[in-house]
Design a protein around this ligand. Sequence first.
Ligand SMILES: [Zn+2]
Length: 649
Amino acid sequence: MKTTRVLSGLFGMITFACSQPESVQSPFDKIEPVQEVYQPLTLAEVKPEGWIKKQIRENLDGFTGQLDSLIPALTSDDKIYGEERLTEKVKGKDVGALGVPGDWQVQFLWWNSETQSNWRDGYIRSAILLQDQEHLAKLTSYVDYILSTQDKDGYLGIYDQDLRYKFDNENGELWAKTTLLRGLLAWYEYSHDEKVLSAIERAIQNAMDNYPAGKSHPFYSKQPNVGGTSHGLAITDVFEALYRITGKTAYRDYCLFLYKDFSEQELNESAQYKKLINDTLLLSTHGVHVYEHLRSLTAAYYASGNPELKHALDHFLEKIALETTASGAGVGDEWIGARKADATTRGYEYCSMHELMHSYLELMRKSGDRTFADKAEKIFFNAAQGARHPSESCIAYLKTDNSYAMTGGLNGDTTDKTQTRYSYSPVHQEAAVCCVPMAGRIAPYYAQYMWLKNDHALVASVLGPGSIETKIGDKVVRVEEQTGYPFENSFRFVVTADSKFALKVRKPEWAKAVTVSVEHTEEEGFIVIDKTWKGTETIEIAFEAEPEVHSDINGEKYFTWGALVLAAPIESVEEKTKSWPVPGFHNLKYAPKKLVVYEYADKPVSIDEKTMTFITELYNPETKATESVKLVPMGQTILRQVTFKPSGK
Ligand SMILES: [Zn+2]
């Protein structure tokens, strides 16, 4: 699993659009940084509404707001950034996961930093977006505590003096900082507290002093399988944010250094430059790494303007397309394994959905290319909603588009008795507490990226109910986006402003037609209303959607309506396998009552928009007849069939 395989035969059918550019000495030379098309809004400027607000509320009342009560030993009790920093004396840590003993368990030493800090990042963002005073008060104490752990030299992290920055193997030095500082950056956006920003800058300066750019090797390891070390490349998120806030180019340049060193070390990572440009290699390594590294390569390309990195980025995106299911998720049941996506046999991890969505949202922001927004919406509305339990506070760690059983193993497989990932839990401690924290991050990140801006435009990028208050130039602008999208495709934008700018609304790729209530133009897939705004004005926009049939990468058929991927729900029997000491939280497994795997019969789909149900006819190979089958948005399902092989009757 961990070795890279050469697949020239399998990969021969894929043609890459780009050819090798000439006259560049090294792919890691800085040429001219690429101008980013849009800037993000801060968390403080954004308010989700409607179903997105409701979902963040449910998370905050559920697994996000209560993870510390569910697993105090891994969250609040383990002061891994403070009193219990790791020293040479600590050789093991019980995090409650099942697995075989061995050398790889050294990874567990940093695990709790990821669990704690990714959890808090989602928690902080959720509390800010909902302005929940009770949670904000708790989080104020947390931020004060974390700042109190910072050493005089600026060090914030999980290692004591004897270990820090001196690794020749697996470590969580940069990764523990990445997850921690992303949360603190969110807190700074909300609080504008200069002491928080100063703490982040000092921590980052300490990392740059100890891993000087061009003169050190933060990704060096004497063996190539390093989970925490290579996760650490995602610290480009923090460097990019600091560059945006302070304008200091050293932060942006450091992203290029990090990607260069990551690429030049001997690591089992598919996002290394030399592997990306090799057309014979499919993605093979740990999925979550790969999908977050997409963002780091993008950061390095924008920092350098080096066409070789653009070339690698284009290859990367084409390789990800081969790993993408109908619901938009990138596969990887921990490992991508150099096998293409498949609706039934390839699982995807909740962590990966968040990371790939975030990477696409960043690509949309930087490039202005709307197709990345379509991809991000697809993941959030379909794969991610479809792995979140529709009525209980728990999620699936791994899930497939065609989900025929959620009893632990892949679609009912029982070969590996320790496999519990294909089931629902508010914690998933037996595997790792990574996915539940990430399930608390995905909706707040989606909400924050709904709008983008630059000096002369305000852009509705990914769509949904919410409101914003921001500045274009030095003028305040308020917009309410009133909609039930993607469950309806009409929007009312209520704009309050007294200045000239372009309001741009992304036209989704599936829109058959669009009606706009005011004068407008259409540019590169955006509805553009460029004018001097006065007082409060209302704009109505409606996109026309039709039920559509598509083919996935294996030629199986699936149905969509607008941004929603549809599924045939499968009735199931629920088994409660654990009740947590905190009331209302359960581990749940689902077996099908009766399983029929339908085939595509080339019949039309009718829609009832009021109930959001769709009816089509599918071929039942057992009865050898076509049957009327109800389809619903896959986000509402537990067991389901999403893709249908063309009927061979
Ligand atoms: Zn995970």
